[in-house]
Write a protein that binds this ligand. Structure first.
Ligand code: ZN
Length: 400
């Protein structure tokens, strides 16, 4: 699977061994921090020029995107990635969310904006750059791209600020990165439509442009639940004509499938895994669309197959079943990073907007009475959630 190079990336490297570019190679890329420059009208070239003239300051990002250029001033995509100090050290959210420190395990990408800079063109380059980073480092845009303002909310408002100027939200950005990823990795040969083995219940036939996120909104469910119900589908490229299970038929015993992962060790290849787990290389590719098979990362997870799990009728629902269903949610980390604290009445912001979309109330980003009641109703749908009207980690994990 190759990635479509829609734009050139210009190498405009800072001299090594300065505070801006210490020259330390990064061992592993775990996530991406989305920034904006906070500096209206200043281009990628301007910023790198400024960096070059102030080598004694440590703040830096690897990549800058504006309306004409994608510039790499510290290696990230063109060469072995190197450290840049784009998130202040006393921030702890990155360790909580990713168990990693941004400057040591994340790439920082800056969006240039305002004044003479054409918003649409700059945004498109930013989206493509983020998608290419996800491809290159086998990251999932929904989970592994975070805004600087989410990591450091007290001090930072980027990239939300520049995005708002461009008429976009952070969620829109992630949706666009996902679409770009799909577009840039789409192979010429369309794979055969995928049909779930146990489509007993409400189904949806995939049409052009469908994404799991859209379907989750359309049917009042979550991306995680759709993934759990349709383990054999490729989440990043839904195939037109595939039948997706939206909701399982009630009152009947059903089978579902439990995914099996392989932890990559040095020397693994898709071909090797295919004979080890008796699956075709084709299936490995389909099940792991985010993984670059030519550069398997040690310790990353490769989906290698499924086993059938029989779920008893709801009437016989035992405590054990509740626990295992809950466990299934908790085993998968939420696609949207948990903000680190319980969200309740009075809270504001992007996370509240996401909750409001999930529980289907009007989206204004303010956790009021209507949101609380809708969250309560949502929680009542799950035996293992307590209807508190507050979104704690467990509720969050089921929602996202
Ligand atoms: Zn920033």
């Amino acid at each position: 699977m190759a990635f479509k190079m829609k734009y050139p990336i210009v190498a405009d490297y800072l001299p090594k061994g300065t505070k801006r570019r210490p020259g330390k190679k990064l061992k592993k890329i775990v996530f991406i921090v989305a920034h904006d420059t906070g500096n209206k009208g200043s281009t990628a070239k301007d910023h790198i020029h400024y960096y070059r003239n102030s080598p004694h300051i440590s703040a830096a990002a690897q990549l800058f995107c504006d309306d004409v250029d994608i510039r790499e001033c510290i290696p990230a995509l063109l060469k072995t990635p190197e450290r840049a100090n784009h998130v202040i050290y006393n921030v702890t959210a990155n360790n909580k969310l990713y168990d990693a420190t941004a400057n040591e395990m994340a790439i920082g990408v800056e969006l240039c904006w305002g004044k003479e800079i054409n918003s649409k063109k700059a945004y498109n380059r930013y989206v493509w750059t983020l998608a290419y980073l996800c491809y290159k480092y086998s990251l999932d845009p929904r989970r592994d791209i975070i805004g600087h303002d989410s990591l450091d909310p007290r001090r930072k408002s980027d990239p939300t600020n520049a995005l708002a100027y461009m008429g976009k939200t952070f969620n829109q950005l992630i949706t666009d990165v996902l679409a770009e990823f799909k577009d840039c990795t789409a192979s010429k040969m369309l794979p055969a439509p995928q049909v779930p083995s146990s489509k007993n219940g409400k189904t949806h036939k995939v049409i052009k442009g469908d994404t799991l996120w859209d379907l989750s909104q359309q049917y009042g469910t979550t991306v995680d639940r759709l993934k759990a119900l349709n383990p054999e589908i490729s989440v990043t490229s839904l195939v037109v004509g595939s039948i997706l299970l939206i909701e399982r038929a009630k009152g009947r015993a059903t089978t579902s499938q439990k995914p099996h992962y392989h932890n990559v060790v040095r020397g693994d290849t898709f071909w090797g895994l295919s004979s080890k787990y008796k699956v075709s290389v084709e299936n490995l590719r389909r099940w792991n669309p985010m993984i670059n098979e030519k550069a398997l990362t040690v310790d990353s997870k490769v989906l290698v197959g499924y086993t059938d799990v029989v779920t008893p009728k709801p009437a016989n629902m035992s405590k054990q079943k509740v626990t295992s269903e809950l466990q299934a949610f908790l085993d998968e980390s939420p696609v949207r990073p948990y903000p680190g604290k319980t969200l309740k009445r009075g809270a504001k912001g992007k996370d509240i907007e996401a909750i409001q979309r999930a529980v289907k109330v009007s989206v204004d980003g303010v956790y009021g009475m209507a949101t609380e009641n809708a969250v309560k109703a949502y929680q009542k749908r799950f035996t293992f959630l307590t209807p508190t009207g507050e979104v704690d980690y467990r509720t969050w994990n089921v929602m996202f």
